[in-house]
Design a protein around this ligand. Structure first.
Ligand SMILES: Cc1ncc(COP(=O)(O)O)c(C=O)c1O
Length: 431
């Protein structure tokens, strides 16, 4: 472990190498059109986003509205990954034992910088799930009589893990059924009521953007309320970072889990665990790792993992920055509005989650009114795919029933959303 410990020590040289050379950065982002438009104006500029589309591997004519599973790497990021894979395979442990530690720290520092936190507060992991498992299995804050809380719109696997945690530690576990649709106020009030109803709460899971219908929770306000009541919060940002433009100080939470392989566009296999300085004591080090509460690195043990994926993080972040986090958020929200606005007034269609643009992200969910059974929504998904060539996915974890999740990417053309609107109208007319 000696060499690992050494590379966990952050060094100025590691930080410096996170910055790509100007030439490398220019090659990586070549083809991104320069613009002076505001994010909101740019969101509507199809020519701009079709130029961006050309910078990604082309999927042909498929109307793919399921970009929520993982994100597409740009062609240049894919090439960087190929170069890094080759380097690692060519040089093996000669590289891994000598130079990789500094390169890994550079990737870690670049990620921490992008999230607006210190590098010792953020450790790279393989995915958000690994970060979450580390937090809950190493969490030592529960005593008999305590309770933990999660919500129906949380990520299904995390909900099951919260239930496991409750049963494993012999504490109460509660699932909060959130309103099927609502405003920030509605969702804040739902958590406030849950906190009032369960004064013994010690830990809650809070999902920044739900993977069911793209709802954005008012995390900062709910976390502040939790803090007043002595409740620890794990914020799940797996679906939010890159879909929304934010840094961690804006959320003001102690613990958060991320991946970079959805909306940052890194290779698959990169996640992150954030623990604010001063908040580590309640979460033990990973089994066998040395004691110490100054650096979150000892809460994780990566072992042999995808070296090349981690090495490509600075490139992925540079590409993300060059497109513009605010531009991405605005474009994705605009694309959601293109299908939600025309369908929202239809008596046949039920839009789920956000009641307005204010708490919406680029991801959205809907179903035909009164048809929330999984079989009914699966039939709708199949008709969209087979009759109209529109690919979406069924989500089945909301208390109110199943829904179709619609997730464009920034480069999805507006006409793909218009095709969705026409298809849903036709299906609703014959259903
Ligand atoms: C809201 C949410 N949380 C957590 C995860 C898990 O992320 P990962 O696959 O990186 O572990 C996902 C993945 O879809 C998600 O959407």
């Amino acid at each position: 472990m000696g060499s690992r410990r050494t590379f966990l020590k952050l060094s100025a040289s590691a930080a410096a190498s996170a910055v790509l050379s100007p030439l490398a950065a220019a090659e990586l982002t070549a083809g991104i059109p320069a613009t002076t438009q505001s994010p909101q104006a740019l969101a509507r500029d199809e020519a701009h986003w079709q130029a961006i589309r050309a910078l990604y591997p082309d999927q042909g004519d498929v109307i793919n509205l399921e970009h929520g599973y993982w994100g597409k790497m740009s062609t240049t990021v894919e090439q960087a990954l190929a170069r890094n894979t080759h380097k690692v395979n060519q040089e093996l442990s000669w590289y891994a034992r000598r130079d990789y530690p500094a390169d890994f720290q550079a990737a870690r520092k670049a990620t921490a910088d992008a999230l607006g936190v210190q590098a010792n507060e953020l450790m790279l992991t393989r995915n958000a799930t690994e970060s979450f498992v580390n937090l809950i299995t190493q969490y030592s804050g529960l005593r008999a009589g305590d309770a933990v809380l999660w919500a129906d719109a949380d990520y299904p696997e995390f909900k099951r893990m919260m239930a496991w945690l409750a049963s494993e530690r012999g504490v109460q576990g509660h699932m909060l059924s959130l309103p099927a649709r609502g405003t920030d106020e509605d969702y804040y009030a739902a958590y406030q009521q849950a906190f009032d109803d369960q004064p013994n709460l010690k830990l809650i899971l809070l999902t920044h953007v739900s993977n069911q219908h793209g709802l954005v929770l008012p995390v900062r306000r709910i976390a502040a309320l939790a803090r007043q009541r002595g409740i620890a919060v794990i914020c799940d940002c797996a679906q939010s970072w890159g879909l929304l433009d934010f840094t961690l100080p804006q959320l003001d939470v102690d613990w958060a889990v991320f991946n970079l392989h959805k909306w940052i566009g890194s290779p698959v296999g990169v996640g992150a665990l954030y623990m604010r300085q001063g908040s580590l004591a309640a979460v033990k080090p990973f089994p066998g790792e040395p004691a110490g509460d100054d650096d979150v690195a000892n809460r994780v043990h990566l072992a042999t993992s995808d070296f090349a994926a981690f090495l490509t993080v600075p490139e992925a972040l540079a590409f993300h920055r060059a497109i513009g986090p605010a531009n991405k958020q605005a474009r994705l929200k605009y694309l959601r509005e293109l299908w939600v606005a025309p369908l929202a007034d239809s008596p046949d269609v039920e839009i789920l989650g956000p009641a307005s643009m204010a708490n919406a992200s680029g991801m959205g969910g809907f179903r035909l009114r009164g048809k929330g059974a999984k079989a009914e929504v699966s039939a709708l998904q199949a008709r969209l795919e087979k009759e109209f060539g529109i690919f979406t996915v069924v989500r089945n974890d909301l208390a109110s029933g199943a829904c179709i999740r619609v997730t464009p990417q920034t480069f999805t053309p507006a006409r793909h959303l218009q095709a969705l609107v026409e298809a849903v109208r036709k299906i609703a007319a014959t259903a």
